[in-house]
Design a binder for this molecule. Structure first.
Ligand code: GLP
Length: 269
């Protein structure tokens, strides 16, 4: 795993945007896997800024979102479809018809997963998957003990996740307890993975993901199996890492190497 520790959430957002921009420059018709939650908001804002500032274009991009609540319509204020439309899609030149989010209102939610998997395959697979992380180590809505070989399917949310996400719902509002999420195997098939975490509240989950044993109990630890997973975190989220100094040392050395050779995906930061 590549661990990039940056000073603050703004620096994390810029670095993640560099990685996404480099991917799109190499492959303008990239298939991006996208995430909701507060963690990727800075990345989306930075991409929107680059879109308006110098025309970074998303017109040939296809996107697949990780997950969606079951039981609230796509146009509900708290649906992940609404989150993506409002936070990102409406603010760039992406073709709305090429943005996919699992259907949380399907007559039979059990059929949604296999169809979503087929669609991802039909589009050639995900080139770059963006992830946040739950405080319990979940990715997408793959809660602790999710099978490491899981595919897109229905999941029941943990009490912890329901409490974490209750801030988005009014006290008397229906808060879904079920969701459809890409599985861990689905996520691991992405050619490149970018996990974003900021703040002290994520420090334990980050430590268990990067330095803990590979375990279904910490779903994000499955990224240890991926060839090209980059974890981009701020100082606060890195605060519990035992080998923090080492990751910084590696980063500094790589920076020197990268600056010297400037491969096509190098962008100044
Ligand atoms: C939700 C989403 C995850 C996200 C997590 C963390 O549970 N399904 O994809 O990573 O929240 O959210 P936040 O980034 O707001 O902490």
């Amino acid at each position: 795993m590549e661990i990039l520790i940056l000073s603050d959430p703004e620096a994390v957002a810029r670095r993640c945007a560099d990685i996404v921009e480099a991917q799109m420059k190499t492959m303008p018709n990239s298939v991006l896997g996208l995430a909701t939650g507060s963690s990727p908001i800075g990345l989306y804002e930075e991409l929107i800024r680059r879109h308006s500032e110098y025309g970074l274009s998303f017109k040939d991009v296809t996107t697949f979102n990780l997950d969606e609540y079951i039981g609230i319509p796509a146009d509900h204020s708290q649906s992940y479809r609404t989150f993506m439309n409002e936070t990102f899609f409406k603010k760039v030149d992406i073709d709305p018809a090429r943005t996919f989010v699992p259907d949380g209102m399907a007559d039979n939610p059990l059929n949604v997963g296999p169809a979503y998997e087929e669609k991802i395959q039909a589009e050639g697979g995900i080139d770059l998957q963006v992830l946040g992380i739950g405080s319990d180590g979940h990715i997408g809505f793959n809660e602790p003990t999710s099978s490491l070989r899981s595919r897109t399917r229905v999941k029941t949310l943990t009490k912890q996740t329901l409490v974490d996400n209750s801030r988005f719902f009014a006290p008397d509002e229906f808060q879904p307890k079920l969701a459809i999420t890409m599985g861990i195997a689905t996520i691991l098939e992405a050619r490149r993975i970018l996990l974003i975490a900021t703040g002290e509240g994520k420090a334990e989950a980050v430590r268990d993901t990067v330095e803990g044993p590979l375990s279904a109990f910490v779903p994000a630890s499955a990224l240890q199996l991926h060839e090209r997973a980059t974890v981009v975190i701020d100082e606060a989220a890195a605060s519990q890492l035992k080998l923090k100094d080492y990751y910084q040392f590696v980063g500094d050395l790589q920076d020197d190497l990268v600056k010297k050779h400037r491969p096509s995906d190098w962008i100044s930061r």
